[in-house]
Design a protein around this ligand. Structure first.
Ligand code: SF4
Ligand code: SF4
Ligand code: SF4
Length: 351
């Protein structure tokens, strides 16, 4: 019989976010650090659709009285998801975004090393081949021209103002980089969990509940620090990430590509008005994607690299850069909600 960790790895790989096998077996090392064999077995019985413990117990051929406490404890450890109040329902969690992020407060050196070895391989074998990514890029609000009629779900402020529950969580990418001795010093407490996702994080003591005003303040600070806004990839996002090109697992891997704009889910890019540009270079410094080069006294944008984050627009005091919306035929259609998003990814991966 196949090893339980191999079965769990295969099971996680069949979820939309993927968990591909590697030659080194680093993915199995990660699972062994996180799951006991009993937990690994239980996790293989879960899907992304929430179900009560008795259903899971039947699949496992075990007693509900034994399975319920196991599932609850696994959900508290961030190995699986949990929903509901009166009666809990349990579901599988993607490795990223999911299990890895739930461990932001329980990282150790070995886990960080193994996950950093693994992420580039997940990128190459899985994410880089997908049209629909788990995150999308939205422009920072100050970069949006007043005349541009932007959709509400592409504006972070509007998304935040619709939320009744927001929990802020430390950014795991910057935290693990800092623990490994190469932190960038950019703000740490910035990941905004929204709605039911926020409730899960709060109940598991992973983050702290904040008001809309506090969330808007965090958004402002992120803009000042030059962080890219990346909500989860749906019109009703369950998280807004605020990312730096040096630590973020998405931006870091996008950065290694010749044409990140072809992979990033974005509906914007920028253009430079040569007559207004003084060649000061501020936009080149802030761009996390290396999309801008200043030469011959003015800035040039490599549109293959521009992910439309708008940071350069906010930095240009001469108003020489403008955010532009892609033409309709080149626009990316944003899934309505997380279920649509993950169904789309699953279809693209042939699951
Ligand atoms: S994706 Fe961005 S905000 Fe989220 S944890 Fe990574 S760097 Fe931080
Ligand atoms: S910040 Fe503005 S003025 Fe300075 S180089 Fe960039 S586009 Fe030109
Ligand atoms: S040029 Fe760079 S900073 Fe400006 S919008 Fe594109 S990716 Fe963002």
């Amino acid at each position: 019989m196949t090893d339980v960790y191999e079965r769990l790895a295969k099971h996680l790989d069949n979820l939309p976010a993927g968990f591909p096998a590697t030659d080194s077996g680093v993915e199995l090392r990660i699972l062994k650090q996180l799951f006991t064999p009993e937990e690994a077995e239980a996790a293989t019985a879960l899907t992304l659709f929430p179900e009560p413990a008795d259903g899971v117990a039947k699949k496992l051929g075990k007693n509900e009285c034994d399975v319920e406490p196991l599932l609850f404890s696994m959900s508290r450890k961030g190995l699986i998801g949990r929903s509901g109040k009166e009666q809990y329902h349990y579901m599988a969690a993607n490795f990223i975004m999911g299990i890895w992020e739930y461990h932001v407060n329980s990282l150790d050196e070995r886990l960080i090393r193994d996950v950093n070895e693994y992420i580039p391989q997940i990128w190459e074998k899985s994410w880089a081949k997908q049209k629909t990514q788990q995150k999308r890029v939205i422009p920072v609000s100050k970069s949006i021209p007043v005349e541009m009629n932007i959709m509400p779900y592409e504006k972070a402020e509007t998304i935040i103002k619709k939320q009744s529950k927001i929990v802020v969580v430390p950014c795991i990418c910057r935290k693990e980089h800092a623990m490994a001795g190469h932190g960038c010093g950019k703000p740490l407490e910035v990941c905004l969990m929204l709605g039911a996702n926020a409730v899960f994080y709060e109940e598991n003591n992973i983050g702290r509940s904040i008001t809309q005003e506090e969330a808007l303040e965090i958004l402002n600070k992120a803009g000042e620090a030059g962080l890219v806004l990346q909500p989860s990839n749906s019109q009703k996002p369950f998280v807004i990430c605020m990312c730096c090109g040096c630590c973020c697992f998405v931006l870091k891997n996008l950065n290694k590509m010749d044409a990140p704009a072809k992979i990033a889910c974005t509906n914007y890019y920028v253009t430079v008005g040569k007559n207004d540009c003084t060649g000061c270079g501020d936009c080149e410094d802030i761009c996390q994607m290396g999309a801008i080069t200043v030469g011959d006294g003015s800035a040039g944008v490599n549109l293959d690299r521009c992910i439309g984050c708008g940071l350069c627009v906010t930095r240009c005091e001469f108003h020489a850069i403008r955010l532009v919306e892609k033409e309709e035929s080149k626009k990316y259609t944003i899934p309505g909600n997380a279920v649509e998003q993950y169904m789309k990814i699953a279809r693209e991966r042939g699951l």
